[in-house]
Design a protein around this ligand. Structure first.
Ligand code: MF3
Ligand code: ZN
Length: 430
């Protein structure tokens, strides 16, 4: 069995916080360690998600190129992962040239297979800033659930996505004025064309987590529609059509392709450039995406459709474990309100294993969980250091005293050759 394990690509415009770790990284890292201990054939993939309007907004605000922002955060995020021992086989980034090529190829194949069509659309345009306002350049009231401060393309409160112009009381995020509606041409991925395939696929997924499966069943029930996959901004991957000058691919179109381009990069790095194909082009590969709950629609619907619509066969997600959120002292973690514990700061004060322990035992697996410092202190001192630490200490002390510091390694229950019969020195890791 081959496994391709991915964790959601973090946006390269912010630092890593504990909520990210609890949702998409630590669970995957633990699973990968488990698989590797069992000698499974597994590649663990990640990288930074380097396009999208927030990055270009931040670059505008600082008066630098988006690439400057991207490089800064790529480094910060990568270091934060190292600080807590999250160990990817490859950590790439979606502004690297091979990712551009692959994303354009994906678009072209879908286009030639008639899954993508242009449409003249109405979009918010800011007369003050003289520009079209792509998704996150506008904010308003969610047309689905009524929550305030909903983004142009998706609501944080209900997780649903919608047509931007249905947003109520829209405001331009650059200047705060109400935008007008103007015509512009965009290219759409016709998800409706995948309805039958999608239904048949989901029908086999009775082992999925309920939140993900129900989300999908609900969408299929509502009926699949087309989704715009191009944007009027400069920062992004150019749409590979001569008539789409000045348009780039929507960040959510190119981002998941990053899972593939990062695997390509891995294969090159290990000196076996074709090796990625053994995984991605084998329908039997267990492709597993670890994500937070706000990413369900992209991984369970849009991305599988993009894979289904290619000319070559790709493996489809085998499972999509989406976790709930972790709150901080009873309040939702918020980057904009700076209500978060940043991983890079955490590891300057504490051992990364303390965070791993606390997040693993308090994981937001089936409902939101809470990080509280008091609880953290108690769990780390009580469970990890006292109970587990003591157990380890005694085992090593006894083995030193009675068995000259040599313990017979346990056999591998799956019958592999490693382990059985070998001796480990006390304190040595297998
Ligand atoms: N950057 C997105 C987020 O943080 C996740 C992207 S996952 C991928 O919500 F599929 F696009 F890679
Ligand atoms: Zn404006």
């Amino acid at each position: 069995m081959k496994y391709l394990i991915t964790s959601a690509l973090p946006y390269a415009n912010g630092k890593l916080h504990i909520g990210h770790v609890a949702g998409a990284y630590l669970p995957a890292d633990i699973f990968v360690r488990f698989l590797k201990l069992n000698q499974a054939d597994v590649v663990y993939i990640c990288g930074t998600d380097e396009h999208g309007t927030p990055i270009s907004i931040q670059a505008d605000a600082e008066g630098v190129e988006p690439q400057v922002i991207v490089e800064r955060y790529h480094k910060l995020i990568e270091d934060a992962f190292k600080g807590i021992d999250i160990d990817f086989d490859n950590f790439s980034g979606t502004s690297r040239p091979p990712h551009y090529t692959m994303s354009q190829e994906f678009f072209t194949a879908l286009y030639e297979n008639k899954h993508i069509h242009p449409k003249d659309t109405l979009q918010f345009y800011c007369e003050y800033d003289k520009r079209f306002l792509a998704d996150r350049y506008v904010e308003g009231i969610c047309p689905k659930c009524g929550a305030e401060r909903a983004r142009g393309d998706q609501c944080d409160a209900c997780g649903q996505i919608y047509d931007t112009t249905t947003l109520k009381e829209p405001k331009c995020k650059i200047c705060g004025n109400a935008p007008v509606i103007k015509a512009t041409r965009h290219w759409f991925l016709h998800l409706d064309g995948f309805t039958d395939k999608m239904k048949a696929w989901i029908a086999q997924k009775d082992y999925w987590k309920e939140n993900v499966r129900n989300f999908m069943l609900n969408l299929l029930e509502q009926g699949l529609i087309e989704r715009s996959i191009t944007r009027d901004i400069k920062w992004g991957i150019p749409v590979p059509l001569p008539e789409a000058q000045d348009k780039v691919l929507y960040v959510w179109f190119d981002a998941p392709i990053g899972y593939i381009s990062s695997t390509v990069e891995w294969a090159q790095r290990i000196g076996q450039p074709d090796r990625w194909k053994d995984y991605w082009h084998d329908p039997e590969t267990q492709l597993i995406h670890f994500i937070g709950k706000d990413n369900i629609i992209f991984h369970a619907l849009i991305w599988p459709a993009m894979l289904m619509g290619q000319k070559q066969t790709y493996c489809l997600p085998h499972d999509i474990p989406a976790n709930e959120f972790m709150n901080l002292e009873g309040q939702k973690i918020s980057t904009s309100r700076n209500w978060a514990i940043w991983v890079d700061e955490f590891v300057q004060e504490f051992d990364g294993d303390y965070l791993r322990w606390y997040l693993a035992t308090n994981a937001p697996e089936s409902k939101d969980s809470d990080f509280s410092w008091k609880d953290f202190q108690q769990k780390v001192n009580g469970e990890l250091n006292n109970v587990l630490g003591n157990l380890a200490n005694r085992v090593f002390a006894f083995s030193q005293r009675f068995f000259a510091g040599k313990i017979k390694a346990g056999g591998n229950q799956r019958g592999g050759q490693s382990g059985a019969g070998r001796c480990l020195q006390a304190g040595q890791r297998d």
